[in-house]
Design a protein around this ligand. Structure first.
Ligand code: HEC
Length: 107
């Protein structure tokens, strides 16, 4: 491989990583989400859904849909428009890393 091509490839990989987001970066970005979605990803706002433990695939799709206008909400559309694709991946990595345990009601 020619050195110039290798350098271009290296830059291309760095600029558009194909690997998943970094949960540590997502954690710091999530400060702007916690008022509605809870610090632990469990929402205290009855209108906002829990994010903890959702799959990264689903979280990324939901945020990209708000960003592109395919899904609309007066709060989330604005917020998602301010997020880069990379930051969406970081946030998805953070919230999907939560382990959630549930207890079905005793009926
Ligand atoms: C002002 C309150 C508020 C803030 C701040 C906020 N959200 Fe939301 N979020 C909501 C509400 C309300 C909904 C439900 C909207 C709907 O019905 O589509 C939602 C929906 C979502 C969904 C879709 C979940 C699902 O189950 O489909 C994701 C993902 C999400 N928010 C991520 C985030 C992230 C990441 C941040 C921070 C960058 C953030 N939100 C900040 C209120 C908020």
């Amino acid at each position: 491989m020619k050195p110039v091509f290798a350098a271009v490839l290296a830059v291309a990989c760095y600029v558009s990583p194909t690997w998943a987001g970094d949960p540590a970066v997502g954690k710091s970005l999530s400060a702007q989400c916690s008022a509605c979605h809870g610090k632990d990803g469990l929402s205290r706002d009855p209108e906002a859904p829990n994010l903890a433990g959702l799959s990264a695939l689903y979280l990324e799709k939901a945020l990209m849909d708000y960003k592109k206008g395919m899904r609309q909400d007066r709060r989330m559309s604005l917020i998602a428009q301010g997020l880069s694709k990379e930051n969406i991946e970081h946030l998805a990595a953070w919230y999907s890393a939560f382990e959630v345990s549930v207890k079905a009601p005793d009926i």
